[in-house]
Design a protein around this ligand. Sequence first.
Ligand SMILES: Cc1cc2nc3c(=O)[nH]c(=O)nc-3n(C[C@H](O)[C@H](O)[C@H](O)COP(=O)(O)OP(=O)(O)OC[C@H]3O[C@@H](n4cnc5c(N)ncnc54)[C@H](O)[C@@H]3O)c2cc1C
Length: 563
Amino acid sequence: MQFDVLVIGGGHAGCEAALCTARLGLKTLLITGSLDRIAAMSCNPAIGGVGKGHLVKEIDALGGEMPKIADLTGIHFRTLNASRGPAVQATRCQSDMERYRRRMTEVVFKTPNLSLRQDDVVGLLSEAAQITGVVTKHSGEIRACSVIVTTGTFLGGQLHLGHEKMPGGRAGEAPSSGLSYSLSQLGLELGRLKTGTCPRLDARTIDYSELEEQQPDSPAPMFAFESIEPVLKQVSCHITYTNTNTHHVIQEAIQSGRAPLYNGQIAGAGPRYCPSIEDKVTRFAQKESHLIFLEPQGLDTYEVYPNGLSTSLPPAVQIDFLRSMKGLSRVEVTRWGYAVEYDFVQPTQLHPTLETKNISGLFCAGQINGTTGYEEAAIQGLMAGLNAAAKLKHQEPVILGRHQAYAGVLIDDLVTLGTEEPYRMFTSRAEHRLVLREDNVYARLAPIGAKTGLLPQKRFEAMQAFEELALKDSQSRRFQIEQKYAGYLSRIQKELRDQVELDACVIPEHVFETQTPGLSNEVFEKLRKHRPRTLGQAARISGITPAAQSLILVAIKRAERHA
Ligand SMILES: Cc1cc2nc3c(=O)[nH]c(=O)nc-3n(C[C@H](O)[C@H](O)[C@H](O)COP(=O)(O)OP(=O)(O)OC[C@H]3O[C@@H](n4cnc5c(N)ncnc54)[C@H](O)[C@@H]3O)c2cc1C
């Protein structure tokens, strides 16, 4: 069997990657551990949010799938930060998790050029630093010109629930074994990270009369260009708070050595900005309460996700602290919260195309690259798919600048700086976030989506027509934002141009092999280690001083003269 592209993993990254290459006409195989768990939401039943909603809109403008399915299966849409400036306003929807999974499964099954196989990939095949295929547990060897690895939290996965430790990629699913070894044999450095999830609650045991209701926005903000209004019934979320009793139960468990995060059982670094309740109570000890959103997981289930209560404390402690909170005094748990530790590939070993620097044709996308979140995974899957296709078709790589897209910021941060903890997107990660708004996403990215061929021409033309109209129409929100910030936007044009110029200066290979005269040993070692693609990328590596940048620029100009 020979494929153009083989995608390992049917999570959020894997689905976008496989759909992208198949839609671009490449014979694609998606291999995943369980066909019944395609696009499963391992954690919160929601898509979008600040920074993340921006990514979902970018996926839409480039021609990806997540936004359409989020709209079709959303049960509570809101604009976050609605009273703040346009740069930080963001769309978020609660999803019916099961419908989301089923819908994405249907799409991947029905897409031409895309085959599916339930199996485990246990090794990678390569010849002379070029990927040639994979080894599977049941189907033997399968050959492919490109392989995209999107294995999420499954590599060497270990679950933690109180003192219990068990191998697992996520609850109820076996970890991936063999692939970590294969990646390290190919010279890739792996690290260890952890993330956690909340217990799930039985809605029938929650006293909603005691709780604050949060209704969805009407009209509903949506992700995909064509979406007008939600298809499914819209439901409310509810709000409760932790209190000093809740914190006392948690602190007591930590002090008596029952918290895996604090008793040495978990070594991997966790997400700083999505901390467990154990972390919150310890790090913000002065706070007397934390806000908790009770989010329904779907229309056909009684399960509720208590957003903000990620934990790996023992079940007895989880039920104790839950029942200390308003509205939850009789609550029953349907699934316990737990943490997962897993291997990740340090992303500085990737080109900005998400191809590994060591092995040609081998790409990595999603949580395996040290990120956390469905949206971060999906956009990486899409970008890896676009670049795998571009490479096979001998086209220009698709690399988005930091001034063009949050996708550009995300990938540049990962491949330039690497990460020591699960990376999630925030608007504050972008230097010029007023340039990267949700409302101007089609102007920024639809031409790129159309050029790659992933965004259908008709959709592109409709987006262009919409843009033209909106920019002429002094009623329109788009027009008003452009007018209001016109001064700022024109002031930063020079800065943006400078950044674009630096990012266009490609560093020749010899700069990494032979020390440029005047360059310190320390800078030379950094350049050899990171192998930045451009001068702009080099400038963002700590320790590459302006003086060093000037010397590299001289080397680039000299190479251009001799070319
Ligand atoms: C316990 C837990 C808590 C989380 N908490 C949060 C959170 O608080 N906030 C947040 O934003 N995100 C959280 N996430 C992360 C979120 O689920 C992921 O970021 C997102 O799903 C990653 O998408 P992905 O496509 O990279 O991987 P996944 O969605 O994990 O998909 C990986 C896929 O690869 C398949 N696979 C793995 N190995 C192999 C193999 N060798 N062969 C074949 N198939 C394979 C698996 O079967 C799976 O389908 C959490 C995840 C877990 C498990």
